[in-house]
Design a protein around this ligand. Structure first.
Ligand SMILES: CC(C)(COP(=O)(O)OP(=O)(O)OC[C@H]1O[C@@H](n2cnc3c(N)ncnc32)[C@H](O)[C@@H]1OP(=O)(O)O)[C@@H](O)C(=O)NCCC(=O)NCCS
Length: 153
């Protein structure tokens, strides 16, 4: 399987939004529309790296850089392409990109019940540094904590 990576900006908003929808549907997370994605990608320091299998886009990571810190805004792989190391590959490619920048620490928030994401982040060097109580869910449903995780470059 040939895997390739490509950096994208606002011109890819529609494609990234569709991958985001396919990846998060049914998970209770907010889906970002094409216009949400355009706004995000136009933000200062925001970049997206997409992963393709056999030239077909199947997932991406979106992050924001600010000085010595970066924040992962999302990472997702379409369901049919999971558990094959693609998200791990994206993170490693991302680490290579930021290694040439001023970033020293990468942060993210993850739902404490998101088992596959927790395994992904721990296997790729993130450690838990905080907890935001009842950060996800609500509106009558169960609430879950967010874990704040950090990767030191
Ligand atoms: C989280 C997500 C990006 C992982 O993508 P993926 O390509 O399947 O991940 P990988 O194949 O690179 O797996 C990374 C590690 O997690 C493990 N893993 C993957 N899915 C798992 C699961 N359901 N349960 C336990 N471990 C799992 C893999 O075995 C692998 O470990 P290894 O490196 O020791 O082999 C994907 O499940 C996804 O898009 N989920 C929906 C969006 C989401 O929740 N994003 C994170 C928001 S913070």
């Amino acid at each position: 399987m040939t895997v390739s990576y490509q950096i994208f900006g606002p011109e890819a908003a529609g494609m990234l939004s569709e991958m985001h929808r396919l990846s998060f549907q049914g998970g209770g997370e907010q889906i970002w529309s094409s216009s949400d994605m355009t706004t995000l990608l136009a933000g200062s320091g925001v970049r997206a790296l997409m992963v393709s299998e056999q030239s077909q886009p199947v997932g991406f990571i979106l992050w924001r850089e600010a000085g010595e810190e970066a924040e992962i805004l999302t990472i997702c792989i379409e369901p049919a392409h999971r558990a094959r190391g693609l998200a791990g590959g994206l993170l490693q490619e991302f680490y290579g990109i930021i290694s040439g920048s001023s970033v020293k620490d990468v942060f993210l928030e993850v739902n404490e019940t998101n088992a596959s994401a927790l395994v992904l982040y721990e296997r790729n060097g993130f450690e838990t540094v905080g907890r935001r109580k009842n950060y996800y869910g609500g509106r009558g449903g169960d609430k879950q904590d967010a874990l704040v995780m950090r990767y030191s470059c």
